[in-house]
Structure formats: structure tokens, C-alpha cells
Design a protein around this ligand. Structure first.
Ligand code: 3PG
Ligand code: MG
Length: 399
């Protein structure tokens, strides 16, 4: 196990790695759950009187989302209700000067760590620990805190380098995410364990399904992935129509494995019985599987499916959600995703919701985060945790 903030001694100069990698629109970073969550960790450290410098990344070199962190500092300041200073430098003279000027309880955000080439270099943790980034910053601090759970699957310098040479701890986000998301592999549940799988990426979900075979009693499928499984089961859905590009390529890649899963898992895999689409009048319309026409673009699971999935969730002892069952951003096609989330919220069972944007449906439709055991802000790391694969960040903290 790793140390947490409960183990951090008083009066440490702390270097904290967070993950506020976010959507960027017209060059401006957009607020989201990641800011609110990490702000709590930063507030705890600052309130305890530690001088706090923060490392984070945004985007990747060459992408439009690869921007500096000035906007991130402003959003963090809003969440914290106190100033988070920003310096446009990661470990050069300006950064060191700002770090050395930090007083107790002050917070400083350093520049996008991916602007340092060494961050993304393909190196061992040992080599990362010998990077100029780590060798320059580590001596400026007494402790390293990693709160960036959603980057825990990346063996980057700021994730695996610092813990090799510094006294290291998991932050509150890291701690909570790790415990909840690993539960599917680590905990024994008395009753039925259900996994709700949707979204657009079949390879992620197939990968999860193969690795939780003995942990999950039933899989409730929807979204693009649900349609691919329906196609494999012999129904006329799961094809690209008009100009969509979701299905055919994923079908070519996944068909064999999907057929094997259907065969091996049998009726533990639940597929939609009906589907929803937009009719000529622009309204939600539904059709049962028997009546589907291959050319339709489906946007949600149908009402009968929602009812069945809700009752299965109500009987479950634990439910894990990865991905949306429909295009929930459009109110007409939110019934599947939101209906199942509401059913989970009403039970007292253990529940984790994560994966891409799914957690956003909770805010969008006025559900309460408190009604779930955990709402994850991670994407790839969440998938890795569900499969039981180890995360480089956790391994580094546990050393
Ligand atoms: C994320 O947003 O999923 C994490 O910050 C990791 O980002 P990456 O996929 O660019 O490594
Ligand atoms: Mg509940």
C-alpha cells in the first residue's frame, strides 16, 4: 500500500502532480470535475500550511489542445477561493525563483509539464528519475504527492520519476479513485455484480469483458458497442449509415472476439431488445429488434431495454458503469443512460460510474454524486483498473 496525506509530516515543501487535462475550446480551457476534485486536495495541503507547487499537463505536442496552463490556474483559483499563482516555466530559472518564493499555504502552478520533452520520453522509471526535470525540481521539495489518478496509466517522468528519489504520497483523488475502481478486482461481493457497458469504443470494452470474466455476473450493453454485439448476434444493426464512422472498422477488428464472447458468456451478456432513433418529425421513436431497418442511425436503447436494465441493476449488489447507453447530451436520447443511472442511485448497492464523459450525465440531469459510491474522473486509468492491470503511478508510489 502507499502512504497518503494522513502520513505526510507537517511543514513540508510539497510538489503535487494533478491531472486537469481538459477540453479546450477556441484556445480556452473548459472547467470540469477534474478541477473541483483536485482543488480539494490542494486546499487540504495549503490549509495544513505546506508551501505547494503543482505540476500538470494539458494535451499532447502537435494537438490543438496542447496549451499553457494560465487558464487552468484561474479555474483552480475560482474553485479554491484563493489565488493559485502561475508561472510560464516548468523547471527553469523563473520556475525556481517562484518555487523558492513560496510561503506556507501558498499554491503555485508550474507550466504544462508536457512542454518538457523528457516528460513523454520512452524511458524506464530509473532513467526518468535522472532527467533534468526531476533532478532540478526534486531538491526544491521535501515531499512529492501524486493526485493524478487519471494519468496513473502513463509511465511519464512526472509520474514515475519523482517517487524514485523523493518521499512520496498519494493525494486524496488518487486514494479515492484507486480504492473504488479496484474494487471489482479486489473485493468480494455477496450478491450479483453488474457491469453496464456502452460508449463508442469496442476495443476498450472487449478488453475489460475478457478480464473480468469471473468477477461479473452480467453485462448490460448499449451504445455503439451494444449495436456491434447485436450485429454479431444476427441483427440488422451496427452498420455505418449516412456518414457515421463508428461501426464498420470496429466490426472488422472486433467481430471474431465479439462472437467468441457471445458464445462463451451466453446469457450473462444482455443486449438491447429495442432501440430509439429520430423520426422524420424529429421526435424520439422506438423499434423492437424484430422490426429494425439496417439503414437507421440509432441513438439510444429503447424503453423496454431500459426497464429490463433498471430491474437488473436493482437486484445487484455492485454495479460498475463504463460508457453511455445513448447520446445522452440530447435529451431525447438520454433515457437509457439516465434511467440506468437513476436506478443505481436509488439502490444502496456499491456503485462506480466512469469512463469518458459518462460521469457528465450525472451533472447534466441533476443526479447527486453522493448517491453513487464513486464517480470517476478517469478514462484510460479507469479501464485499466477494471481489468486489474497494475498502474505505473501506483507501482511507483508503493515502492
Ligand atoms: C486523460 O485525460 O485521459 C489523461 O490526462 C491522460 O492523457 P493522455 O491520454 O494524453 O496521456
Ligand atoms: Mg446509492
Amino acid at each position: 500500500m502507499f502512504g497518503t496525506l494522513d502520513d505526510l509530516p507537517d511543514d513540508r515543501r510539497v510538489l503535487v502532480r494533478i491531472d486537469v487535462n481538459s477540453p479546450v475550446e477556441d484556445g480556452a480551457v473548459q472547467d470540469n470535475k477534474r478541477f473541483a476534485r483536485h482543488a480539494e486536495t490542494l486546499a487540504e495541503l495549503a490549509d495544513a500550511g505546506h508551501p505547494v507547487a503543482v505540476l500538470a499537463h494539458q494535451g499532447r505536442p502537435g494537438r490543438p489542445t496542447f496549451v499553457g496552463l494560465e487558464g487552468h490556474a484561474e479555474i483552480l483559483s475560482d474553485h479554491l477561493g484563493r489565488e493559485v499563482r502561475y508561472v510560464p516555466d516548468t523547471y527553469g530559472e523563473r520556475a525556481l525563483e517562484a518555487i523558492r518564493g513560496l510561503d506556507a499555504g501558498e499554491i503555485l502552478l508550474l507550466e504544462n509539464v508536457r512542454m518538457v520533452d523528457e516528460e513523454l520520453a520512452d524511458r524506464t522509471p530509473e532513467a526518468h528519475a535522472e532527467s533534468a526535470l526531476v533532478e532540478t525540481l526534486a531538491p526544491e521539495f521535501d515531499a512529492y504527492v501524486n493526485d493524478a489518478y487519471s494519468t496513473a496509466h502513463r509511465a511519464h517522468a512526472s509520474i514515475v520519476g519523482f517517487p524514485r528519489v523523493m518521499d512520496s504520497y498519494a493525494g486524496r483523488v488518487m486514494e479515492a479513485e484507486y480504492e473504488a475502481n479496484s474494487a471489482i478486482q479486489e473485493r468480494e461481493f455477496d450478491g450479483e455484480v453488474t457491469m453496464v457497458l456502452g460508449g463508442t469504443k469496442a476495443d476498450d470494452l472487449i478488453y475489460v469483458m475478457e478480464r473480468v470474466e469471473h468477477k461479473v455476473d452480467r453485462f448490460l450493453l448499449g451504445g455503439i458497442v451494444g449495436e456491434l454485439f447485436l450485429r454479431a448476434a444476427g441483427h440488422d444493426v451496427g452498420y455505418d449509415v449516412e456518414d457515421t464512422e463508428f461501426f464498420d472498422e470496429q466490426w472488422d477488428e472486433g467481430e471474431g472476439t465479439i462472437r467468441e464472447l457471445l458464445e462463451e458468456y451466453g446469457d450473462r451478456i444482455k443486449l438491447p431488445r429495442d432501440l430509439a432513433y429520430e423520426d422524420d418529425a424529429g421526435e424520439r421513436a422506438e423499434v423492437s429488434l424484430e422490426g429494425v431497418e439496417k439503414e437507421t442511425s440509432f441513438l439510444d436503447v429503447g424503453s423496454e431495454t431500459v426497464a429490463e436494465y433498471e430491474s437488473l441493476v436493482e437486484e445487484s449488489e455492485a454495479t460498475f458503469v463504463k460508457g453511455a447507453l445513448g447520446v445522452f447530451e440530447d435529451e431525447r436520447f438520454a433515457e437509457g443512460t439516465v434511467g440506468v443511472l437513476e436506478a443505481i442511485a436509488e439502490t444502496d448497492a456499491f456503485s462506480v460510474v466512469g469512463g469518458g464523459d459518462t460521469a457528465r450525465a450525472i451533472d447534466l440531469y441533476g443526479l447527486e454524486e453522493e448517491d453513487f459510491s464513486h464517480v470517476s474522473i478517469a478514462g484510460g486509468a479507469y479501464v485499466r483498473a477494471l481489468t486489474g492491470e497494475s498502474l505505473p503511478a501506483i507501482e511507483a508510489l508503493e515502492r
